[in-house]
Unconditional design. Structure first.
Ligand code: NAP
Length: 306
């Protein structure tokens, strides 16, 4: 099977790449070779690559910046997946598209299920929802994987930001009234690889069993404050030298951002378990693994000393 993997330099794409490459033929075009902000070139590229499966974690992911760059966000997150999905449907090629908890408004206290009504609060969320709708309505075999609060030892993410700020400042103030499941890119990549292996050669049947949309995060729940405290404690216990050892809980209203975020981002994982038999690690265990990787990586690089 030949897989086209977009966004291979990103967190999820970067975690998927080595796992997929060990098992399949994988095409990993650079942003220049496959630019999602130029959707008019996509069909020609797909004719050239001739993939048997498209896996699309690439996205415009700057949530706050998107408020001022709506056209670009919709181009990359809505229009480009639409063109890919149309090509995929026309060629009977399955497509896997990554999406987000930010398609929900977060106003319910319940965990969000795949079929719950969407109502994004932000331009980013609306652009990702446009991508979901396009992929679904193209009519080909597809799986939309919604994830949340993604981080990794590499990349721009909350874990690395907390450690960096804690090296610079005496205290950290972190929002304590937004809840979700911190999720490692490694967890997503591992679960997705299992889904592919289980499907064997019947990806369409496998994706149909999940009704084309699946929630995939680490298990458990945390506020950003809980997550920050665990990061700081975990980093310290691994010998990372920090100035800030205290995390102070604040309210969302104390930390205004351009884009509104859902208060409750927790995704229900029942479908993942029932359809694919996958139970993901609790977020605290996944964080331990990622902090270990961060420390090993820090020991290897002069630019990010412990
Ligand atoms: N990060 C989160 O917390 C989070 C939460 C929920 C859902 N998600 C979803 O999960 C997926 C993966 O997220 P991630 O955290 O891995 O994102 P990421 O680290 O920001 O990576 C995004 C990737 O997309 C590429 N990209 C951006 N614009 C592009 C364009 N115009 N043409 C081609 N490639 C482009 C980037 O390329 P460069 O490397 O060249 O910049 C990067 O490789 C996305 O669909 C995202 O919406 C993420």
């Amino acid at each position: 099977m030949r897989i086209l993997l977009t966004g291979a330099a990103g967190q999820v794409g970067g975690a998927l790449r080595p796992l997929l490459q060990g098992r399949y033929e994988v095409i990993v075009p650079s942003r220049e070779q496959f630019d999602l902000s130029a959707p008019e070139a996509i069909t020609g590229k797909l004719d050239e690559f001739e993939p048997d499966l498209i896996v699309n974690p690439a996205a415009y992911t700057s949530v706050d910046k998107a408020e001022n760059e709506a056209a670009l966000a919709f181009l990359v997150n809505g229009e480009a997946p639409s063109v890919m999905a149309a090509w995929a449907a026309g060629h009977g090629v399955p497509m896997v598209h990554f999406s987000t908890d930010y398609v929900f408004d977060g106003k319910s206290r319940d965990l969000w299920r795949e079929d719950d009504p969407t109502a994004p609060l932000s331009v980013y969320g609306a652009s990702k929802l446009a991508g979901e709708i396009a992929v679904r309505s193209a009519g080909g075999p597809h799986l939309i994987i919604r994830t949340a609060w993604v981080y990794a030892a590499q990349g721009a993410n909350f874990m690395r930001t907390m450690i960096r700020i804690a090296k610079e400042r005496d205290t950290l103030r972190v929002v304590a009234d937004q809840f979700g499941a911190p999720t490692t890119a490694a967890t997503i990549a591992s679960a997705f690889t299992q889904i592919l292996e289980q499907a064997d050669s019947d990806l369409s049947g496998s994706f149909a069993r999940a009704k084309g949309v699946l929630h995939l995060t680490n298990s458990g729940s945390a506020s950003w404050f809980d997550f920050a405290r665990a990061i700081i404690a975990g980093a310290q216990s691994r010998g990372v030298k920090l100035k800030a050892t205290e995390v102070i809980p604040i309210a969302t209203s104390d930390y205004p951002t351009r884009a509104a975020r859902p208060a409750n981002s927790q995704l229900h994982l029942q479908r993942l378990k029932e359809v694919y038999g996958i139970k993901t690690a609790v977020w605290q265990d996944a964080l331990d693994d990622e902090l270990d990787a961060y420390v090993v990586q820090g020991q290897r690089t002069l630019h990010e000393p412990l």
